[in-house]
Design a protein around this ligand. Sequence first.
Ligand code: KG4
Ligand code: ZN
Length: 387
Amino acid sequence: MVILGIESSCDETAASLIEISGRKLNPHPRVLSNIVSSQVKIHARYGGVVPEIAARKHAEVIIPVISKILKAKSSKLKAIDVIAVTSGPGLITSLRVGVDAAKTLACVWKKPLVPVNHIEGHIYSNWLTADKKLTIYNLQPTTSINFPALVLVVSGGHTELVLMKDHGKYRIIGQTLDDAAGEAFDKVAKILGLGYPGGPVLSALADRFQVLGFRPQVLLPRPMIESPNYNFSFSGLKTAVLYKFRELEKSCENQPIMKCCGRNISCHHRTGARVLIASLAYEFQNAAVEVLVVKTVRAAKEFKVKTVMLAGGVSANKKLRLTLEKAVSVISGVQYVQPSLEYTTDNAAMIAMAGYFNYIRNPQKFKEGWRNIKVNPNLNITRTVKR
Ligand code: KG4
Ligand code: ZN
C-alpha cells in the first residue's frame, strides 16, 4: 500500500510518500520520499510564527512540494492508494491549505482521504523507523511495539503523557498546565539572546557547556517533580531563568557587551558572561529534562506499560533522548522506542504512517473522505477515534 501524507499545521509545508509492506498490524514502512519546506527563516524575523504569513507561504509552496514528491516516486510503484492529511490541531488557516490540497487530490483521483491528528502523527513517527542507534544502554532496536504503551509527547504546542492501550486508543494521563516544553525552550532561548527557534540552539549550547567540563553556576527549580500527578509546568522555570539573567545583566558593567557576548562566539573579551549564559542554558535543559524523565518513569511503572516512546519536536533533544533511554533501560520488561532524528520535528511521513493505521481499522469510512473532512484547530487526541 502506498500512502501520500500531507502536513501544514504550523510553519512547515510537508509531503511524503510511504510504502507499507509486511503484516497488517506489524508493517514494514519504507519512506519513498519526504520533503519539508520550512518557513523558519521568515518567522525568525518576528520571533515567532505569524499565522497570516504562514498560511500565505503554505499556499505558495504546497503544490510545488507535492509535485516534487510525486516526481520522486519510483517508476516501479503503482498508484497511490490512500491520502492522509493533518486536520488539527494547529493554525486554522495553515491547516486549511493542506486539507484543501488533499481534498482536491482525493476527489480527482477518487482515493480515500484519512484525516490525521498532528499529535497522533508525532506518536506514529516511532513506527516509521525506530532509532536503530539505541545500543548505548543495551536496548535492542524494536521491530514491533507492544501495548500498553506510554508516550511522552513534547512539541512546541503540546506536552502530554499519553497512555496508548492500542492503535488509536489514547488517554492523556498528564499534561502541561502552562507552557509546552518546546515553547519553554524557545522562550528561554529568547531571554538568553540565542534567537528563534531557540530549542536546538539552546540545547547545542548546553551540550557544549557540559562537554567543555564547566561547572553550573546557577541552580534552577524542578517544577512539579514531586506532585502526585503527571502534570507539568514550565512557565515558572522560564521566569526563574529570566530573573537569574537579569541579575547577571545587573552585575555586568556594560550591557551591550553582555548581549554581544551571548551571541557572538568570536567575542573573547567577556568570556565570563558567555559562560554564565551557557550555564543558564545547561541548567534549564537539565531541569526540564529531569522533570520530564522522572514523571515518565513513574507513570510507566504505575501503569505497568510494556513500551515507553518519545514524540514531538523536543524529542530531537540529545539530553532528553539519552536520559530517558537510560532511565527506561533499568525498568524490567519495558522497551524504549524513539523516532529517528529526521522524523522528530514536523514532517508528513509520520502523518502517512498514522493515516495507515487509521485507514486499516475501517477502510469504508474513508472511501469518500474528502466529503466529510473537517479542519479542527483544537482537535484533541482522545477525540480522534471513538474509544
Ligand atoms: O513538533 P514540532 O516540530 O512542532 C510542533 O508541533 O510544535 O516541535 C517544535 C518544537 C520547537 O519549540 C523547537 O524549539 C523544539 O521543538 N525543538 C527542540 C529541539 N529541536 C526542536 N527543543 C529542544 N531541543 C532540541 N534539540
Ligand atoms: Zn509538531
